[in-house]
Design a protein around this ligand. Structure first.
Ligand code: GLP
Length: 252
């Protein structure tokens, strides 16, 4: 696991966008795993800029988002479908039928989970997965306690996540209680992973991800067992790490 510390959120966002762009340059038909939340917004802004400057071609790329709230239709302003459309998809040349987000309104959610997982595997699984992290260590919506062997599944949001995401909905009452998420096993099959974290709220989760025991109580700690993970964090999120010149390599 490699940890790289950016001086601030803008630098972090630029580095994340450069990592995605480099992946696409190297393999124009890359399969990308994408994240939502506040943290990757700067990365999507940078990617949009690169595309507008003619430096990024997504015509052959396929994308799979990590998760979606259950019960929110695609046009709901807080659905992850809507987030992706507004913040990324509609600004770039990614063909609509190559961009995938789980359907949180599916009649049969178990069938939807299976369909989504099979689509990812049929695409050859993910080349580069972009992750955020919850303050409680969740990745995707895999909350503390989620078994590491899970593939795409339905889960209940942790009270801490409901509280954190209330800022997008106006109040805690309006935050959906359940979501569909890629499982930890799905995420771990990705060939390369970058995890982005910004702000002091994430400092403890980052420290436990990097140096703590691998435990379901801190879902992101499983990343210690993946062969190709880079944590891109800003100084605030790195506050509890002992760093050597802004970089740290941990042999797990
Ligand atoms: C959300 C998403 C995660 C995201 C995390 C952190 O609930 N399901 O994919 O990484 O929480 O979000 P933020 O970047 O807004 O702190």
């Amino acid at each position: 696991m490699q940890v790289i510390v950016a001086k601030d959120y803008d630098e972090l966002s630029r580095w994340a966008a450069e990592a995605v762009a480099a992946q696409i340059l190297e393999k124009p038909d890359s399969v990308l795993g994408l994240a939502t939340g506040g943290t990757p917004l700067g990365m999507y802004r940078e990617l949009k800029r690169m595309h507008q400057e003619g430096k990024l071609d997504l015509a052959r790329v396929k994308t799979f988002n990590l998760d979606e709230y259950i019960g929110l239709p695609a046009d709901h302003p807080e659905s992850y479908h809507h987030y992706m459309q507004e913040n990324f998809f509609r600004h770039v040349n990614l063909p609509a039928d190559q961009a995938h987000v789980p359907d949180g309104t599916a009649g049969d959610l178990a069938v939807e989970c299976q369909r989504y997982e099979e689509m990812i595997q049929a695409a050859g699984s993910i080349d580069l997965q972009v992750l955020g992290i919850g303050a409680n260590g969740h990745i995707g919506f895999n909350e503390p306690g989620t078994e590491f062997g899970a593939v795409t599944h339905v889960l209940s949001l942790d009270p801490r996540t409901i509280k954190a995401n209330a800022r997008f909905f106006g109040s805690e009452d309006q935050v959906p209680r359940q979501a569909i998420s890629m499982g930890i096993k799905t995420i771990m099959k990705s060939r390369k992973i970058i995890l982005l974290a910004s702000g002091t709220d994430k400092a403890e989760a980052i420290m436990r991800t990097v140096t703590g025991p691998v435990t379901v109580d801190m879902p992101a700690s499983i990343l210690q067992l993946h062969p190709n993970v880079t944590l891109l964090v800003d100084k605030a999120a790195a506050a509890f790490l002992k760093l050597d010149g802004g970089q740290m390599s941990v042999n797990c």
